[in-house]
Design a protein around this ligand. Structure first.
Ligand SMILES: Cc1cc2nc3c(=O)[nH]c(=O)nc-3n(C[C@H](O)[C@H](O)[C@H](O)COP(=O)(O)OP(=O)(O)OC[C@H]3O[C@@H](n4cnc5c(N)ncnc54)[C@H](O)[C@@H]3O)c2cc1C
Length: 377
């Protein structure tokens, strides 16, 4: 029957949640949060949780190798992909991966699809690993009057070999916009906050939470408040998830970047972003998955103001240059798409790009699948 909707939108079923072998089989248009909730109902856990999970889909997450707030401890989407069945450009169904923990049958074509941004195939079914949920958790907010101290605290927590499941940073500008939007009770006078959660067995959680509080205070937190109950914990995470929508309300155009550096370089990266914003007289809110070294400097501007937008483009160039000079990467989780393809060679090499273009030409000679994305036109 003709419905007028692309067929791919119909692929929105969870086919199986296997509680014995700890995997699920999912169609690509299943919404991430819905999938995670169904998995939780079966007593299991699907950790990848992009900030957009209420609207993003598993197919989009696999295509972008989406990260999220729990990446530090639990990894990103690729760490949960056991198999992807996808259609090639002729409509042939390519099967790869399996429902087993181990599988080295053939080339790792599932791996090739992860982060392919829809350029190498159209997913039909995805097999995802599930894990047992943590028994306990503790969420905390550390408040700083100096952003350097907040970013140094991130590096200190990692250096102390504590692995929180979540370690997020919001700078003063982001805090103000989020508070205006959510009325979550964030401290608008703070120069930065860290939102931290540890999870695991109850005893381990209590010990790690204690250590985290001690490190925050030692490096210079003004206060560290722990969420007293699930409602307070949810409020913190809802506020964090509101960061991008809150910033995006401020000006007509939002340029969201994804610069990512080794974690020890977080203080240097944040200082550089602030210097670049000042130099180009731009309003930049910075937030992100600090524990992963993954920052989202978000430039608030108006594309119609050509002079301002030239400054934005210069600032983005400079942010990438700094990230690369700190041995970082252009994109931690959002991908390259069309906008960042011009920088790809700078981070990789001419041979890398030639290899990727040859691969694309072999599987999609007419350039039908998401033309121009990642490797340019
Ligand atoms: C408020 C907000 C917060 C965000 N937070 C995060 C975050 O914390 N971490 C993170 O990683 N990202 C984040 N993102 C970015 C984005 O949400 C994620 O990358 C997400 O994975 C995109 O999923 P989607 O379903 O919206 O995909 P879409 O945007 O619809 O598509 C993304 C890509 O996937 C391809 N694709 C979709 N379905 C298929 C398929 N069946 N076969 C092949 N290719 C396919 C599309 O062609 C496209 O190239 C955020 C975005 C927003 C707006």
């Amino acid at each position: 029957m003709q419905t007028g909707k692309p067929v791919i939108n119909a692929l929105n079923k969870i086919i199986e949640i296997n509680t014995q072998d700890l995997y699920a089989v999912v169609q690509p248009r299943v919404v991430t949060a819905k999938f995670a909730a169904e998995v939780a109902k079966q007593g299991l856990f699907y950790p990848p949780d992009p900030g957009s999970m209420a609207v993003s889909t598993i197919g989009g997450n696999v295509a972008e190798n989406a990260g999220g707030l729990r990446g530090l401890k639990y990894g990103v989407t690729k760490d949960y992909v056991m198999g992807v069945d996808f259609f090639d450009v002729t409509g042939g169904l390519v099967k790869s991966g399996s429902r087993t923990v181990k599988c080295v049958t053939g080339l790792n074509l599932s791996g090739l699809q992860v982060a392919s941004e829809g350029t190498l195939g159209v997913f039909n079914e995805i097999v995802l690993k599930l894990v047992p949920p943590p028994a306990a958790n503790k969420a905390m907010m550390a408040v700083f009057d100096d952003i350097d101290k907040a970013s140094e605290t991130v590096a200190a927590i990692i250096a102390a070999h504590i692995v929180p499941c979540t370690l997020e940073i919001l700078d003063n500008s982001t805090i103000k916009y989020v508070e205006d939007f959510t009325k979550a009770g964030l401290p608008t006078e703070a120069q930065a906050i860290l939102l931290i959660e540890v999870d695991g067995h109850a005893g381990q959680v209590a010990k790690e939470a204690e250590k985290v509080v001690a490190i925050c205070k030692k490096v210079g937190a003004v206060t560290v408040q722990a969420a007293k109950d699930e409602a307070q914990r949810n409020k913190l995470w809802e506020a964090r998830r509101a960061a991008l929508p809150a910033l995006a309300r401020a000006r007509p155009t939002t340029v969201l970047e994804d610069a990512t550096v080794p974690r020890s370089q977080i203080p240097a990266m944040i200082r550089a972003i602030n210097d670049i914003a000042k130099k180009h007289q731009l309003d930049v809110g910075t937030f992100g998955h600090a524990g992963d070294g993954n920052l989202h400097p978000t430039i608030l501007c108006d594309k119609r103001d050509t002079k301002e937008f030239e400054r934005v483009e210069q600032a983005v160039d400079e942010i990438f240059d700094v990230a690369l000079s700190l041995k970082g990467t252009l994109s931690g989780e959002h991908g390259i798409g069309l906008a960042k393809s011009k920088w790809l060679e700078k981070e990789t090499s001419p041979a890398t790009l030639a290899y990727a273009r040859a691969l694309k030409a072999a599987v999609d000679p007419k350039g039908i699948l998401n033309p121009g994305k990642i490797i340019g036109g």
